[in-house]
Design a protein around this ligand. Structure first.
Ligand code: UDP
Ligand code: MN
Length: 331
């Protein structure tokens, strides 16, 4: 079991915060496997130091510097930078089997049983269930597979612009070949599914083992007040707080990640004389680029975005709005 590992990836300090919470959540549920974080060169020294405390191995993956096939491929497809970095997980050949988890996932119970599965096991994507979602998958590191993936990626690109498109094209019989490679949805539960099929969520959601904060707004984009234990954010929709996964992420962040972060960053980034909760909010907000509110767009543009898979699930295209629209058509 020493040759099996959970693997994640962070190329920025923000995603590193996600990786820290994820690492903590795996440890809290007593995993017996190793923890590996792949990081990009832009992750700061203090963040690396905190990751070292939580992960058995923190490996720098510098695609630009690697001089291998990925570097050459990246010259042709600079848009696929993070994708090539994620594919590097196949080079972890000192491990015989691994489970990849996106940095925006949170583990709610022990999931070591995933190592009983074979490559490539993953859960269906809520948007197109014949594709697997690449936020959680079981794989076998292999230089041979790695090179084939890089070649496929540089030759064919990615139909969705990211790693999920590449991996689904490569492991293209996932949907039909072997049902044991279909992970139950509770190993990659995304909030989108909660809104699109609420009765199923009410029935099965309590069994959730891995929460995936898929989409544009990530847990670290919100702010959290440690005194009142509440979440604030420009884009906060009341439904974001149901169920309380976001709160669970923040509780873990403030209780287990902030203390070592404060140690590593020192007091320097903080104003003097601010309250404990201000400090927390401030560390949380370090390196955050605020997203401006979405511009008002025409219904034609919205239709286009919807067709390109960019539905505004929390806003205009929320379940409530769609239901209202349907009701008005039916009347
Ligand atoms: N990632 C990263 N830096 C980035 C974007 C993505 O390190 O700038 C990694 C990170 O592990 C992240 C994963 O790639 O969880 C997939 O991206 P993301 O979770 O944002 O995509 P989504 O799940 O929302 O489709
Ligand atoms: Mn993700």
């Amino acid at each position: 079991m020493a040759d099996q590992a959970f693997v994640t990836l962070a190329t920025t300090d923000n995603y590193a915060k996600g990786a820290m919470v994820l690492g903590r959540s795996l440890k809290n549920h007593n995993t017996s496997r190793k923890l590996v974080a792949l990081i990009g060169p832009n992750v700061s020294e203090p963040s690396r130091a905190v990751l070292h405390k939580l992960y058995d191995e923190v490996r720098l993956v510098d695609v630009l510097d690697s001089g291998d096939a990925a570097h050459l491929a990246l010259m042709k497809r600079p848009d696929l930078g993070v994708t090539f970095t994620k594919l590097h997980c196949w080079t972890l050949t000192e491990y015989s089997k691994c489970v990849f988890l996106d940095a925006d996932t949170l583990v709610l119970s022990n999931i070591d049983e995933l190592f009983e599965r074979e490559e490539l096991s993953a859960a269906p994507d809520p948007g197109w269930p014949d594709c697997f979602n690449s936020g959680v998958f079981v794989f076998r590191p292999s230089n041979d597979t790695y090179e084939k993936l890089i070649t496929a990626c540089s030759e064919n690109g990615s139909f969705d612009g990211g790693d999920q498109g590449v991996l689904n094209s490569f492991f293209n019989n996932w949907a039909t070949a072997d049902i044991s490679k279909h992970l139950p949805f509770i190993y990659n539960l995304s909030s989108i599914a909660i809104y699109t099929y609420l009765p199923a969520f009410k029935q099965y959601g309590r069994d959730a083992k891995v929460i995936h904060f898929l989409g544009k707004v990530k847990p670290w984009d919100y702010t959290y007040d440690t005194t009142s234990k509440t979440i604030k954010g420009q884009s906060l929709d009341p439904s974001d707080l149901y169920p309380n996964y976001l709160l669970q992420w923040w509780e873990l962040f403030s209780s287990s990640v902030l203390p070592p972060m404060k140690e590593e960053y020192g007091e320097q980034p903080f104003h003097s004389g601010c309250t404990e909760s201000d400090v927390h909010v401030e560390v949380a907000q370090m390196h955050i680029s605020h997203q401006p509110p979405p511009p008002q767009i025409s219904s034609q543009e919205r239709k286009q975005q919807w067709e390109q898979g960019q539905a505004d699930y929390m806003g205009m295209d929320s379940f409530d709005n769609i239901a209202k629209r349907l009701d008005s058509f039916l009347k």
